[in-house]
Design a protein around this ligand. Structure first.
Ligand code: TXA
Ligand code: MG
Length: 299
């Protein structure tokens, strides 16, 4: 667990995988210029090969070697990076097709985390990284989560709990600008720079209806206390996720799901967030977690 940045860089240079913290969730990283290393990510995650990866870079100059930036894309990047925003842009020849699942576009971002940034600067190459969890399971927001999933199959840089807690907002600028995945960077901020957003026409494999799934049944509810009482009266062992400010709800969401999922409850009840701002991203993850959990149900 006590991996230093220097040895993490060496491991990446040698084509090995390194899990590292970002402000959103932990990433399962590989040198994005090494096709063999990229293949190891898909193998370890059990992820379909056509499911594209995000590449992480240390600065915009490097980003421009791997993707074509329009003036709008550049403005948005300068406003939000380093930060929890991924841009989908046309890729350059420098971006490997293994990373993009043979698409002409690439997802790219500069993460806002001192360890991630130091790692990227020292490596001086992009790091391809999906969230550090097996395909379809809850993302990791601590080094312990990563370790529980992958044990000793992977080296982990421990940066403590992630500050944001849910994955980056994904904005597709390769066609009509649209949000592919909501996050804590809200649509209003993006529209200020990009103009009105459309509905995405991109077929994004990551937008599966079932995702982020705990093993325990998860119910998303507008009236969580009432739902909890009703389930208890049916003899069920029920846990209620804590209602909090949207920032805190997002930050603790996956850690709470990890914790409660290990405690043998019959059902987890999650309060639906108000459908504005960060709440939209929280409800998106909760709905996908509910869809993927043991017996999906929404009350
Ligand atoms: O916050 C995050 O974005 C985290 C941290 C580690 O950076 N990463 C992350 O990666 O969430 P992943 O692989 O779990 O989710 C990336 C999503 C997937 O749904 C994928 O389909 C989509 O981004 N994506 C990546 N490249 C794409 C592309 N060229 N076109 C459309 N969707 C793309
Ligand atoms: Mg993921």
């Amino acid at each position: 667990m006590n991996l230093t940045i220097k040895s993490a860089v060496e491991h990446l240079q040698n084509g090995r995988l390194v899990a590292f913290p970002t402000e959103t969730v932990y990433g399962l990283g590989a040198d994005a210029t090494n096709a063999d290393a990229i293949r190891k990510i898909f193998e370890l995650k059990g992820r379909p090969n056509d499911h594209p990866l995000i590449i992480h870079v240390a600065n915009i100059e490097l980003a421009m070697q791997y993707a074509f930036f329009s003036s709008t894309a550049l403005k948005l990047a300068e406003r939000c990076w380093p930060g929890p925003l991924t841009l989908i842009l046309e890729k350059t020849d420098a971006t490997l097709s293994e990373v993009t699942g043979n698409r002409s576009t690439v997802g790219i971002r500069i993460p806002d985390h001192p360890i991630a940034l130091e790692l990227l600067q020292e490596l001086n190459r992009p790091i391809a990284a999906p969230s550090a969890n097996p395909f379809g399971t809850i993302s990791s927001t601590t080094a312990e989560h990563v370790h529980r999933y992958f044990e000793n199959k992977i080296l982990i840089l421990d940066g403590g709990p992630c500050r944001v807690g849910i994955e980056s907002t994904i904005v597709d600028l390769s066609c009509i600008p649209a949000i592919l995945r909501p996050g804590v960077i809200e649509s209003s901020l993006i529209e200020d720079i990009v103009g009105p957003l459309g509905t995405s026409t991109t077929a994004a494999p990551g937008r599966l209806e079932a995702h982020y799934a705990p093993r325990t049944q998860l119910i998303l509810s507008d009236t969580p206390e009432k739902t909890r009482q009703a389930l208890i009266s049916q003899g069920k062992r029920v846990a209620l996720l804590t209602q909090a400010s949207p920032q805190d709800y997002a930050r603790n969401l996956y850690a709470e799901l990890h914790r409660l999922d290990s405690l043998n409850f019959d059902v987890l009840v999650a309060p639906r967030a108000s459908q504005t701002g960060i709440g939209i991203a929280i409800n998106d993850r909760l709905q996908k977690a509910a869809n993927g959990s043991k017996a999906s149900e929404t009350l």
